[in-house]
Ligand binder design. Sequence first.
Ligand SMILES: Cc1cc2nc3c(=O)[nH]c(=O)nc-3n(C[C@H](O)[C@H](O)[C@H](O)COP(=O)(O)O)c2cc1C
Length: 133
Amino acid sequence: MNKNSPLISLCYTSNTTEEISFLGSLRLLAHSFLNNQKYNITGLLIYKNNQFAQVIEGDEDAIERIWSKIQRDTRHKDIQLLSKEPIVHRSFTKWSMLFPESDKVVEYFPDMVEAVKDLEMPVNHPLFKILAK
Ligand SMILES: Cc1cc2nc3c(=O)[nH]c(=O)nc-3n(C[C@H](O)[C@H](O)[C@H](O)COP(=O)(O)O)c2cc1C
């Protein structure tokens, strides 16, 4: 972690290129969860109705690195950056993901439970104001 790198919050929405199966969601969950833990990225990814909405928070260099990968990912399109701004405090204490039947993960993949349980949805976060529209 780089102490000189400011804390950034980035928020976007996108559409899937193809419907993502349960297995596909698991793959995305596992990869993102491990990566985000490694780079101390917190936030929330929501996959619903063939749309994604995500908030990621972390050091600017970590956010830039993952954001450039996310933008090049062919699993989604129509990516709309909603905000990218310095923050003083994180709104999320961990990274997690909500997707159809994500509650099944608890049953089948206990190692991944942290990523799908006790989802934090800070109601005042701009993403949720946008989703509520
Ligand atoms: C909607 C969406 C959200 C994603 N979110 C993350 C994320 O938060 N963290 C992450 O590491 N990868 C995320 N990915 C996956 C990245 O696009 C990319 O596949 C992955 O980071 C590659 O990691 P690697 O370079 O370690 O193989 C996301 C992909 C999609 C389609």
